[in-house]
Design a protein around this ligand. Structure first.
Ligand SMILES: [Zn+2]
Length: 373
């Protein structure tokens, strides 16, 4: 039985290590699917600040972002629309979900009755400030153009984002990643193009609500502003904005790969080892104490966990003029094997198990052979 458990554990560790290696390679080469969503379209022109058409600018910038991304190996781009057509909000999310996309990026232009200006990027969430509601309200109003909107958006009133509370927010699970993506796009637009930073914000955007992946909504700038409107509408402005958004997405993918590689580093956590020890069948040798010898040294080291890569309750014995440092103390051979695995994985690759009886060191092989239980 003992052998079975150990074998299982060794196999599990090997599998973990292999999986991390193979998994890492897979992730690096895996197609990264980006769904680009040009806001509005068809009978929904979006805002008409300064006489510009949000739906046309959004589409043009979206296609430009896509063109840049399509040149990247491993990135596949899917568009919710490539022409001037009307799409309902839920259809946009459905396209992204069907594609099992890695990210969803919706592109829009802002408007306001004042001379407000600047770029901002939104993630889904309940608004922290009333000021943001204005933008969310306008982007959600398209719902009124849809047939049977009352049936389709049960419980949601675009004029009252608070009505959203109580509906499931699928996006919560992806909030951290959405904020990272939004942050990268936003800082690119602000820092590289010297735009006014209206920052990354949370608000209730229906188009983001139903997606099963990190999702953001970019507001390129205010068409209603006397300087920003012409800039966002200009060829140069569109190209610059598209480039910064595309770079933000590329950086996001890179960051994600790095984070994945790190988290897959096959270091066993303390929790995992404790769980394994709890589950492991007992294999008690009476009157025998097993320990893991970490190292022998002339140096007297204080046995604090931080001196031993986080290993707790390390013991020190002076033996034959050498300080020996032991980890663990148990009569359970299965437990000590698990502790050895943990110590090996935490910076003591050459550590080994020693056995004691009445304070005297025994030969491990003999203890195991004797089956003295
Ligand atoms: Zn819009």
């Amino acid at each position: 039985m003992r052998t079975k458990i150990l074998l299982f554990f060794v196999l599990a560790i090997t599998a973990l290590t292999l999986a991390s290696f193979i998994g890492h390679n897979n992730d690096t080469n895996k197609t990264f699917v980006v769904v680009l969503d040009a806001g509005h379209g068809g009978k929904d022109p979006g805002n008409r600040g300064n006489g510009y058409k949000e739906k046309d600018i959004a589409l043009d910038v979206t296609l430009k972002v896509g063109k840049i991304l399509e040149k990247q190996p491993y990135i596949k781009v899917i568009y919710t629309r490539k022409t001037d057509v009307f799409l309902e909000l839920h259809e946009r999310a459905a396209i992204a979900n069907k594609a099992d996309a890695d990210v969803f990026v919706s592109i829009h232009c802002n408007s306001h009755h004042t001379q407000a200006y600047g770029a901002e990027t939104f993630v889904m969430g309940l608004s922290k400030s009333k000021q943001n509601l204005n933008t969310a309200k306008k982007e959600n109003e398209v719902i009124f153009l849809e047939d049977d909107y009352e049936e389709k958006y049960v419980g949601f009133d675009p004029n009252s984002p608070e009505s959203f509370i109580g509906l499931t927010i699928l996006q919560e699970e992806y909030l951290d990643q959405s904020i990272m993506l939004a942050g990268l796009i936003q800082s690119n637009m602000v820092n590289n193009l010297k735009r006014k930073d209206r920052s990354v914000k949370q608000d209730v955007f229906w188009v983001l609500h139903n997606t099963y992946m990190p999702s953001v909504l970019v507001e390129l700038g205010f068409l209603t502003h006397k300087k920003e409107g012409p800039y966002v509408n200009s060829k140069k402005g569109r190209e610059q904005l598209a480039r910064e958004i595309a770079n933000g997405i590329v950086t996001y993918r890179k960051n994600l790969l790095l984070a994945t590689a790190e988290s897959q580093n096959p270091v066993i956590t303390e929790k995992e080892i404790e769980e394994a020890m709890e589950k492991a069948e007992e294999d008690i040798y009476e009157d025998v104490v097993f320990k893991v010898q970490l190292l022998a040294s002339k140096k007297k080291i204080e046995t604090f966990a931080y001196n031993f890569n986080g290993l707790k309750e390390v013991n020190r014995h002076l033996e034959d003029g050498l300080y020996k440092y032991y980890y663990g103390k148990t009569s359970d051979y299965n437990k000590i094997r698990l502790m050895q695995t943990y110590a090996k994985d935490n910076g003591y690759p050459t550590c080994y198990i020693v056995a004691f009886r009445d304070g005297e060191k025994l030969k491990l092989s003999q203890v195991l052979k004797s089956g003295d239980k």
